[in-house]
Design a protein around this ligand. Structure first.
Ligand code: NDP
Length: 253
């Protein structure tokens, strides 16, 4: 976008888990739309590889979002290094696939901490920066498991259902501050996370293909457009929504 302002020019965005998969797909969309972008993840090697893809101006923060202090510190550091913060994408997430009776409490808590509590803490930390900027955008990443059950994903499904309700509460509370909070529910997207799922759940690849009207699995780049839309003023009257980006998976009977 050389020569004229893009839709997110002058805005600063933090994408948790932006060093790969869906998070990187969204970070690339935000960067192309003119935002300055910070990504955060635990793995420094993945952070550096993602920075090479994002190009000049992007920054990477190393943080384990399961840790409250690290999570708050990540938000404040992103705002400090980008000189402002307008957009927070709560995308970091993990899954542990087992039957419900097989989880330890530590595994349950690890999934909830990584996927849901981190989003709450990062949003709390971002609030002060958004108030200073006189507005802000939060994009929470849910899942088809925000809508449907899966025998092998009790804590993950609980975290992703919780993400939608967290979205609605934050949207109600912070509308007065000109902060819009929405959720994106990706369908089945080809990433490191789902490559493991395919290894662990027999027949998953074919079942998803058969149920998806678009006739394919999604790519991380398929999430770039919704990220830009929900991060921009084009969506200023949309708040508390949960929008599937799934090639029609969730409307197929
Ligand atoms: P990936 O495994 O490719 O990406 C997960 C990202 O989260 C990585 O960048 C990882 O970075 C980061 N992350 C995980 N735990 C932590 C943590 N404790 N602290 C900091 N960063 C963390 O998976 P996807 O891209 O597929 O998943 C991204 C999001 O999309 C997740 O919330 C997932 O639940 C959701 N989703 C994915 C779908 C899919 O089909 N792929 C469908 C629906 C939802 P690092 O390893 O460096 O910490």
């Amino acid at each position: 976008m050389v020569g004229h302002a893009a839709i997110l020019t002058g805005k600063a965005a933090l994408v948790t888990g932006g060093n790969g998969g869906i998070g990187l797909g969204m970070a690339q969309g935000l960067a192309r739309a003119g935002a300055s972008v910070a990504i955060a993840g635990r793995d420094e090697r993945k952070n550096q590889a993602a920075l090479r893809e994002l190009g000049e101006g992007a920054i990477a923060l190393r943080a384990d979002l399961g840790d409250e202090r690290a999570c708050r510190g990540m938000v404040d550091e992103a705002a400090r290094r980008l000189a402002r913060l307008d957009i927070l994408v709560n995308n970091a997430g993990i899954n542990i696939r087992k039957q419900p009776q097989e989880y330890t409490l530590e595994e349950w808590q690890r999934v909830l901490a990584s996927n849901l509590t981190s989003a709450f803490v990062a949003s709390q930390a971002a609030y002060a920066h958004f108030v200073r900027a006189q507005g802000g955008k939060i994009v929470n990443i849910g899942s088809m498991m925000s809508l449907f059950g899966a025998s092998f994903a009790a804590p993950y499904g609980a975290s992703k259902g919780g993400m939608v309700q967290l979205t609605r509460s934050l949207a109600c509370a912070w509308a007065k501050d000109n902060i819009q909070v929405n959720a994106v529910l990706p369908g089945w997207i080809d990433t490191a996370l789902t490559r493991r799922a395919r290894e662990e759940v027999a027949g998953l690849y074919e079942r998803v293909l058969a149920r998806t009207p678009a006739g394919r699995w999604g790519e991380p780049a398929d999430l770039a457009g919704i990220a830009v839309f929900l991060a921009s003023s084009a969506s200023d009257f949309i708040t508390g929504a949960a929008i599937p980006v799934d090639g029609g998976y969730s409307i197929q009977g």
